[in-house]
Design a protein around this ligand. Structure first.
Ligand code: PBG
Length: 290
């Protein structure tokens, strides 16, 4: 769910059927999702340019858009499980997931802010924190901070195997980070998609640091990675059918090029590979079909 400081819905051109949603209609949307039997949502803020800066300081403001939405949802739907992304890209003026300096993201300085962001999200009521930033060592440090601040039941879903993928394009349009990022890539901190062993290495580190769940992202082009992780670690493994995959399939369906059944076929391939849960923009449609 993309939330924005607007009233009503704003269509996302790059993602058919998906909108940015204002807080005034968010509860109706959540009710619809809840009634469809979906037990968990991931929530992403679209942040006004005036609130962005070099260090993403708005990310830990306890009354920012995402914290406000989480509090509202938890008040009205206490058993809806909320997944909140931990990363700075919605909040930085340059669109990177961390503090950017001399063509590099500063790992340790970024983690200091990610910890503050995590605590604000946990305080607002997020059940699952999902670090998607890919800094080294952040899972352990976030876990410590949660323990020390008495958020002992907050779950960490680590985007452990997150590849530097072109399939995130529509998402970056959806959250308006694409124009900030320009031609810069995230390849200094996201993984090289030519390398599969590194994914296992990253997962091993994240488990050791205290991750409860690991995520593979994107989904369908990375089925081998899901399969290997599940085989080796037997840890809850989630797959993210990302914006580009969703856009590709749903555009082909709406053009009449493919039958609408291919969405379910694609999601089942993730399940077959070993995914315990799937994050998808098609959740509403698919649960109607199921
Ligand atoms: C940000 C983040 C991204 C996605 C989820 N969290 C984008 C990125 O890394 O640039 C992508 C999701 C999608 O494409 O659906 N840290």
């Amino acid at each position: 769910i993309f939330i924005k400081d607007i009233s009503g819905f704003e269509k996302i051109e790059s993602m058919p059927g998906i909108s940015r949603i204002g807080l005034d209609v968010l509860m109706d949307e959540i009710k619809e999702i809840y009634d469809l039997g979906i037990k968990s949502i991931a929530i992403f803020p679209v942040v006004d340019g005036s609130k962005k800066d070099e260090k993403g300081n708005e990310s830990y403001n306890e009354s920012n858009l995402v914290c406000t939405a989480i509090r509202d949802i938890k008040k009205n739907f206490p058993d809806m499980v909320i997944i909140a992304d931990v990363a700075l890209d919605p909040y930085t003026s340059h669109g990177h997931d961390g503090i950017y300096h001399d063509n590099y993201v500063l790992n340790d300085e970024t983690i200091e802010i990610l910890i503050k962001q995590s605590l604000s999200l946990a305080k607002a009521g997020a059940d699952i924190l999902a670090p998607s930033d890919m800094m080294d060592g952040r899972v352990g440090l976030i876990r410590n901070a949660l323990e020390n601040n008495n958020y002992k039941n907050t779950i960490i879903l680590s985007y452990a195997a997150k590849f530097s993928s072109g399939f995130y394009g529509p998402f970056r349009n959806a959250v308006n980070s694409a124009s900030n990022l320009g031609d810069n890539s995230k390849s200094t901190y996201q993984m090289d998609y030519a390398n599969s062993d590194e994914a296992l290495h990253e997962v091993a580190l994240d488990i050791k640091e205290g991750a409860d769940i690991v995520m593979v992202k994107p989904g369908m082009p990375y089925l081998d990675i899901i399969f290997r992780i599940k085989e080796v670690f037997k840890i809850p493994t989630f797959a993210y059918q990302v914006s580009g995959e969703y856009a590709m399939i749903s555009q082909a369906i709406s053009n009449g090029l493919l039958d609408k059944k291919v969405m379910l076929e694609s999601l089942l391939s993730l399940k077959r590979a070993g995914a315990d849960a799937i994050l998808t923009y098609a959740a509403k449609e698919i649960s109607k079909e199921l």
